[in-house]
Design a protein around this ligand. Sequence first.
Ligand code: FE2
Length: 397
Amino acid sequence: MHLTTAEIEESLRRLFGESASTVALSSNDRLGRRIFGVDLTQPLTPEQAELMVSLLDRYKLISFPNQGEGQFRIRHLERLANHFGAPIPHPKNYANYADYKKKKVPLALLPVEQQTSTKCDQAFPNALQCREDASSPAVYIVTNLVGSGPDKQEAVVGGLHWHTDIEFEPTPLSTSMFYVQAAPSTRNSAGGQWVDHVPREAGFYHPDSPADLTERRNALPLNGETAYADTASAYADLPDDQKRELDVISVRRRLRKGDPGWLIPLVYVNPRTGEKSLHSPIWASRGKNIAPVEVDGLSDDESRRFLDQLEAHILKPQYRYDHVHAAGDVTIWSNFATVHNAPPAKSVINTPEDARLMYRISCKGEPSYRLPRHDTDAWIEANILPPYRSPAEYVAS
Ligand SMILES: [Fe+2]
């Protein structure tokens, strides 16, 4: 059962002090909550960690402003992530990931000069430097600093497809989180917006996509917000007979066309609350990079038409929320109960005021209210590629 907002507020004050409070982030009370009065540089007690997981179950996206006032280290984010699941390392952090997969050679992290954090530090060396521990293998840096600098020509990129993070593995990601070090401040210019809408290139979406779906897909924010849609509320609002139909559907997810892939239920049931949500009901969430989803028993075309209807449903305005990032925020979202999209953004910048510098950690598996986690070697080997555990000093209390 879900906690009520009053129960959550009471628990927050009891566990974090009288100044802790919450406020809704969108008109949809079911998606998005800002939580005040929680200092994530400090380790969480098991009871506090359980409340964090309950908050995410209840609101799908939770955001903690003003973290650390300069004291925040990326290892604090990694410690927090360990409560939600086992952090996954990002392949981009390794120099020889392709050879590791093909030839089983031992993994090597990128040399320091090639690490993303080093390249970020070179853009505006006197104005912006990455926080400590940014080079952890579990950290994926989302930024427009690489290749940027005062003498560079500005460039803009469009948004992505709607997706969830790494839904195409047999054990999908449960949770992702950002620590925001820098977000563009030039977006606040009077009457201005950060970027213009960037038209899609031909073939970005299937040409037979319905008009209402195309319109909703393209309605992306233009001030660097990450756009979210609440797939739990979207499921809850469906008629009962349609819910019964969806409850028994499996989808085949796979990395490459022709792979055997695996079947995963389309409807996710939260094991702690029983709440159901549509898990990434999107036919081609990565365009041509990852094989489209196949609905078990349907052809490719039938799968696309079936899932396009669901995507059009979840992208209705009443389920949408565009999250504005601010420096100092830790923002956590459920990958089982939301889909999201990266906004059109300046990809090369020539002033630090346009910088986006966010550290993402994603995790999978069950929450652990006590740290360190107790994932078995066999589970890590089967689910985390490359195998990874956060260093003991990151998760010590
Ligand atoms: Fe994503």
